[in-house]
Write a protein that binds this ligand. Structure first.
Ligand code: GRG
Length: 333
């Protein structure tokens, strides 16, 4: 039986081959050169986020010490902090200070950290390595990892509800984050991703691509998109600013996932801090598996071009977001 309770032959008998010809597998993906000014700004934002997350992981005197350790291990680990940085950059692009958007940035990263902890569990993706370290359940046990994820998810909404003002902005942020992370967003996308039965029932490439895009629009892009939305909400952005950021976020989210798929076939395990080659091993539907490596790269580059174009109404305040998008598509981890 495989990890989803299906015999291996069931998959083999019903799927079109999803492995790539080895000649098309790249040995590496070039490391991007981030413009120095952006790199410095991102480092400052990352530091702000890390400090704010550390503060919010300590506060809560009634929290059992063992649970607190598992929470801190998961949320303070060495991640890229892409989503909270997007919150802060979106707020800045709409004329707001990053400090004011920090609670929203922390909430998004807490939900992201919860999703990684639960995704790594044996019942889901069954991973032992994340961010270059043993996964939460390998260190603290499965029960504690489930609880740490639960705690991060609920704490995220507490942070939004108690720290953001005015109340209508706090409520709008709670609603948007719940929609993005919930059954019609990330959890729904994860559900369809795990549902091997449905994937194997579709055999035509166009149908497979549509399903793959629909899964990743919810599983990956929704959290990226809502990060921008929260930044815009905190900043009191105009309708035109919201629209520009959402147009950017939808395309960036999909491009990010395509690059994630490419890194799974050609990335460096040490740089990524997680296992590679798992998608192919499991016969998973992926962009390089469906389109090939070169077409996937071209698709990611085109999405980033469109994402930057969508930022036009914010010019020149959207420039950092545009630079970040170019980095995201060329990243090596
Ligand atoms: C368990 C409800 C639930 C959902 C899990 C996030 C997720 C959904 C699964 C993780 C596996 C995966 C490949 C997700 C796609 C999104 C993604 C690439 C997540 C990793 O995000 P990064 O690269 O990670 O930003 P860091 O560690 O840098 O924060």
């Amino acid at each position: 039986m495989d990890r989803r309770g299906q015999p291996p032959d069931h998959q083999a008998a019903n799927t079109t081959p999803r492995t790539m010809p080895t000649s098309t597998i790249p040995t590496s993906i070039p490391t991007p050169a981030i413009p120095a000014a952006l790199s410095e700004h991102l480092a400052q934002l990352r530091q702000l986020v890390n400090g704010a997350l550390a503060e919010r992981s300590e506060a809560a005197p009634g929290c059992p010490a063992s649970l607190r350790e598992a929470i801190k291990y998961s949320v303070l680990g060495p991640g890229k902090r892409l989503r909270p940085i997007l919150v802060l950059l979106a707020a800045e692009a709409c004329g707001c200070s990053p400090e004011r958007a920090l609670p929203a940035a922390c909430a998004v990263e807490m939900v992201h950290a919860y999703s990684l902890v639960h995704d790594d569990l044996p019942a889901m993706d069954d991973d032992d390595l994340r961010r270059g370290r043993p996964t939460c359940h390998k260190v603290f046990g499965e029960a504690m990892a489930i609880l740490a994820g639960d705690a991060l998810l609920t704490r995220a909404f507490e942070v939004l509800a108690t720290e953001l003002r005015p109340h209508d902005v706090a409520a709008a942020c709670c609603a948007a984050l719940a929609a993005a992370a919930g059954p019609c967003g990330m959890v729904g996308g994860q559900c369809d991703d795990l549902d091997a039965q449905r994937l194997t029932a579709i055999t035509d490439p166009a149908g497979q691509l549509a399903l793959l895009e629909s899964i990743h629009a919810r599983k990956t892009a929704a959290m990226i998109n809502v990060s921008l939305k929260l930044g815009a909400l905190v900043a009191g952005a105009s309708a035109a600013e919201h629209e520009a950021l959402q147009g950017y976020g939808q395309r960036l989210g999909l491009a990010f996932q395509i690059v994630d798929d490419l890194l799974d076939v050609g990335g460096d395990e040490a740089a990524l801090g997680k296992r590679v080659g798992k998608d192919i091993d499991r016969g998973k539907l992926t962009f390089p598996g469906l389109l090939g490596v070169d077409a996937s790269r071209a698709q990611a580059a085109e999405l980033v071009r469109q994402a930057c174009e969508a930022l036009a109404p914010l010019a020149p305040r959207g420039e950092r977001l545009a630079e970040l998008a170019r980095y995201v598509v060329e990243r090596d981890h």
